[in-house]
Write a protein that binds this ligand. Structure first.
Ligand code: TYD
Ligand code: MG
Length: 458
């Protein structure tokens, strides 16, 4: 009998070694190695050979262009993130924290697809058929074309996919299914890699679209492996605060469309509803609660402009070292803005605590928010209310210059749409459009932005 060999596999990056290691030499994580057993004399992967044979080498010029066929999900925010619908034969990964709403959105999507006569197989590896039925009732999903299959074994799942030939398969979730080909437990890197590989082959050879759900670990990675991200065609991240009602779908890899597109949803008692105008959502309370230290910026999520409120609080510190706390903004960025304010306009905050918060719990990770943050801090220090009809865009350079930002026209349009009468933008941004009904204030330097936006120090 052939000797059974075991190997140790890092559960966060997939690195393999013959003996146990405390620290992974590949990704540096500690205690991540798990023993896995190799089944000896494994048969060669015949389906992989078949797959390879379907596409012999061809001359580039001889390849016929048939545009990919896409299925619309009838949920426009989801379609946008996918790049215009689900591409036939593609493998999509939806990743997110537990409880964020992954099963919900995919059950809703299944329901919508079934309405347009598509056949959907929903493989539930985590919940019983009864639990899915309960959720479906709540979401008012009912259809003869939707099949629920509570199963964790990949070979059985494969068999039913081949028998049924549905238009879409949903795997809920990839961490809960296993293949009998290898012996490690469900959720281990080897299992996930093998299952994902098999699903990819089904998708490509049978031309069936497959969406898999993946959980996210405490550190925020897709549980198990980066390998999963490399294998699939599209990776969509489902984000949001569990305690807030809105959710953001963000495409982080897409072989068939734009990345960094976002779709915004609100979680309600009957599932997720699309938020067609997200800026309104983030600004709901702005006009009612105008206080010193709050400004509106126009940030950009992908190609989509979003108006959000920034709040700053500055006060004398009771601590030996003043505090710098940033929620929704990178702390390094905040420190840089404070350094520029100190050096270029002489704002001394060395004895002050500074708190900056983005309202609505979203993260603003682009430099175009700099000027809005700076003005929020300045208005708080001077205890004046910033004009509520003015929005702000601009990156601050280290010498205090205001630098150009991308998608400027879209941002101005969005501000105008929400009723803003004035907008502060970088002078170096060339405008292609001629804007009417909104005053455009072009600024070159931070001091100029403060004098014209807030007024002279008094
Ligand atoms: P779920 O889709 O089960 O999350 P995941 O699959 O990502 O783990 O959604 C779980 C949360 O959503 C749960 O806390 C309840 C909430 N929810 C609603 O608020 N309204 C609804 O209509 C549904 C179905 C769920
Ligand atoms: Mg779920």
């Amino acid at each position: 009998m052939a000797k059974v060999k075991s190997k140790y596999v890092c559960q966060s990056c997939g690195y393999e070694t013959a003996r146990y290691l405390g620290k992974c030499p590949e990704c540096g994580s500690w205690g991540s190695f798990v023993e896995e057993v190799n089944i000896p004399n494994q048969k060669p992967n015949t389906s992989a050979l078949e797959l390879a044979d379907t596409y012999p080498p061809m001359r580039l010029n001889e390849i016929e262009m048939n545009s990919e066929i896409r299925m619309s999900t009838n949920i426009s925010e989801f379609d946008r993130v996918l790049g215009g619908g689900i591409v036939q034969g593609s493998l999509v990964l939806i990743a997110g924290d537990p409880g964020i709403g992954k099963s919900t959105i995919l059950l809703q999507t299944s329901g919508e697809l079934c309405k347009s006569n598509k056949k959907v197989l929903y493989v539930s590896a985590e919940e019983s058929a009864g639990q899915i039925k309960l959720r479906a009732e709540r979401l008012q999903v009912k259809s003869d074309n939707l099949y629920i299959y509570p199963q964790t074994n990949l070979e059985l799942i494969k068999k039913h996919i081949e028998d049924m030939m549905p238009d879409l398969v949903i795997i809920d979730s990839i961490q809960a299914i296993y293949t009998s080909q290898i012996q490690s437990s469900a959720g281990s890197v080897s299992q996930i890699r093998e299952c994902c590989n098999s699903l990819m082959q089904i998708a490509k050879t049978k031309n069936i679209s497959i969406i898999v759900i993946g959980h996210v670990t405490k550190e925020g990675n897709i549980a198990g492996p980066k390998v999963l991200e490399h294998m699939v065609d599209t990776v969509i991240q489902f984000e949001g605060d569990k305690y807030k009602t809105y959710r953001i779908l963000r495409s982080i890899k897409n072989r068939f469309g734009n990345t960094s597109e976002v779709g915004i949803f609100e979680m309600g008692v009957n599932g997720l509803t699309e938020v067609i105008n997200p800026s309104e959502l983030f600004m709901k309370e702005y006009n009612q609660t105008q206080t010193p230290g709050s400004t509106i910026i126009v940030t950009s999520e992908g190609t989509r402009p979003l108006l959000v409120e920034i709040q700053a609080l500055v006060g004398t510190t009771p601590y030996p070292a003043p505090r710098r706390v940033a929620n929704g903004v990178d702390t390094g960025r905040l420190l840089q803005i404070l350094a520029v304010l100190e050096k270029r306009i002489g704002l001394n905050l060395s004895k002050q605590d500074v708190y900056v918060n983005v309202i609505g719990g979203i993260d603003v990770n682009e430099p175009a928010a700099d000027l809005g943050i700076a003005l929020a801090i300045v208005t708080c220090v001077r205890d004046v209310v910033f004009d509520s009809h003015t929005a702000i865009i601009g990156e601050i350079g280290l010498s205090g210059e205001i630098r150009a930002v991308n998608h400027i026209e879209k941002r101005i349009n969005e501000a105008q749409k929400l009723g803003f009468k004035r907008i502060i933008i970088p002078a170096s941004n060339e405008l292609q459009e001629d804007f009417k009904g909104i005053e455009i204030l072009k600024v070159k330097r931070i001091l100029e932005a403060i004098t014209r936006g807030v007024g002279n120090d008094n």
